[in-house]
Design a protein around this ligand. Sequence first.
Ligand SMILES: Cc1cc2nc3c(=O)[nH]c(=O)nc-3n(C[C@H](O)[C@H](O)[C@H](O)COP(=O)(O)OP(=O)(O)OC[C@H]3O[C@@H](n4cnc5c(N)ncnc54)[C@H](O)[C@@H]3O)c2cc1C
Ligand code: SF4
Length: 561
Amino acid sequence: MPAEKNSTFDVLVVGSGASGGWAAKRLSEAGLKVAIVEAGRPQSDDNFSEHKPAFDLKYRNMAPEIVRKTRPIQMKFDVCNEYTQDWFINDFDEPYTTPADKPFHWMGRLRMTGGRTNVWGRVSLRFSDADFKAASHDGYGEDWPLSYSDLAPYYDLVEKYVGVTGMAEGLEHLPDGQFQPPMPLTCQESVFRDRVKQKLGRTVTLARSANLTRPINGRGPCHYCGPCERGCVTHSYFNSAFTTVPDALNTGNCRLITNAMVHKVLMDPASNRARGLLYVDRVTRQSHELPARAVILCAQSQESVRVLLNSATREYPNGLANSSGALGHYLTAHVRSGGGSGDFPTLGGKHTLGAPVKPVGIYVARFRNLKGQPPYKKFIRGFGYEGESGLDFNWRAPGFGAAYKQAVLEPRASLNVTGFGEVLPRWDNFVELDPQVKDIYGIPVLKIHMSDGENERAMIQDMGDSAGEMLEAAGAKNIRTYAHPSAPRWALHEAGIARMGADPKKSVLNQFQQSHDIKNLFVMDASGFTSNPCQNPTLTIMSLCVRSCDYLMGELKRSGL
Ligand SMILES: Cc1cc2nc3c(=O)[nH]c(=O)nc-3n(C[C@H](O)[C@H](O)[C@H](O)COP(=O)(O)OP(=O)(O)OC[C@H]3O[C@@H](n4cnc5c(N)ncnc54)[C@H](O)[C@@H]3O)c2cc1C
Ligand code: SF4
């Protein structure tokens, strides 16, 4: 394999998404020579289409069968559509497999600089010790090997840079952060917030979200155009493609290598150290080696663990850094198949075409199994809800002619909430390599085994029931609730499978996301999560990553790793 010419890197960072962008920024700003090795193409403002009307597209964004031809899994979540489809993998070129009785939709597989942060929902919530120490509270699983106080300064640092609009609520289990001024709530959201608090004592707040309401670092405040998942020319939401990655490149210490699909971490067995990476150029299909002093995987949980499984050696026959046997196990991903919706009085509001679109909804903080409460009988842990509201025309008005036209103009105000529930880490939810199947680059693919347990099923039922209870308390009409089994299983918040822990016999990484087995190998995406609390993961992914980078730099200085 040819080694890259003139490449002397201190650290190789695999992936340029939420975690990779931060790792590259933190390390290169401190003076280390870094390469970001990214499977996707370069991203640019020229690709953004948030202001492009559907009638400017060839198929008016109305021909899902065109997208389905190449991305039948990716398009199951509507952010993969005619506007954005070529940001995503081709599902046939880069497949994965599942057992026949455990279908799993692995969506959000981006192949662009910025990874999933190009299209993410931006909800940015802190975890607390109710999450990090949940095992001590209810006896299930393992505590995280760190506490809220270890991470709090890093949450501060990340929030200040990312820009999170939010309201302080003073909840111990959903700690407040360094918020930008909140975007206003709609009428329905305010009614829902006030009445749910009054009648049920539950907190409904603005969904804390990585959308700017004040300019920072040359990024403009949001101008409420709506479809952030198609990009943003004013850089008003957080996407690592136009924040952390350019910051890293601007240091002069970082190089971005795109279209570089990492196949393996290369080892020096004599010293038990990672010596670099082997990647396949997605355009030329040539393999290349890159040497470095340390390697950080930030490719998203399943992708990073796939690299480790594909990097097995004689010394680590079951996957690199897997002396514990835990690699690939304890896959978690939120359940979100329970919720509800209802109609609200319009309070004089009128819908107009082209009105501003608030890209941020509401969040209902977890209210089950908290400190000081008796344990909820049906399940352990808890769930929150994301919600959004709308003021629309009455498209379903009956009739025809002039009366129909009049009826359609009647505004309709609605609000819906979707539960996001914690899934317990279980050994038998796992990923492994499928010995039969390779992607078009010749790299073995994952087989994903994932199903819900009793706890998740009971939680989903409560998501539906409690949504109805809250909508009723808020005075909504035409309330509709749902609670489906989450099959086929899907998620966008996968975590675990290279878990952190204090005990190297039971975990893959230490609290700084450093491999217990190989000191110069780190995994800084959500693979290290010891559990997957109901709050969205990315703010914690980024904060942990910065903390682990600081540790890495300290270790490089202290011992050379
Ligand atoms: C539609 C959607 C909505 C979401 N909403 C939210 C939300 O509201 N709040 C929240 O907290 N989270 C949300 N998420 C999840 C969030 O986007 C992820 O948690 C976060 O981006 C993960 O960061 P990461 O660095 O692990 O991976 P990513 O951001 O996905 O970046 C990984 C990068 O690694 C690259 N890569 C993968 N494999 C390889 C390889 N072998 N070699 C080289 N490069 C590789 C990929 O191309 C990609 O660019 C959402 C995700 C999606 C898809
Ligand atoms: S709604 Fe705001 S953040 Fe989203 S694309 Fe428009 S301006 Fe950007």
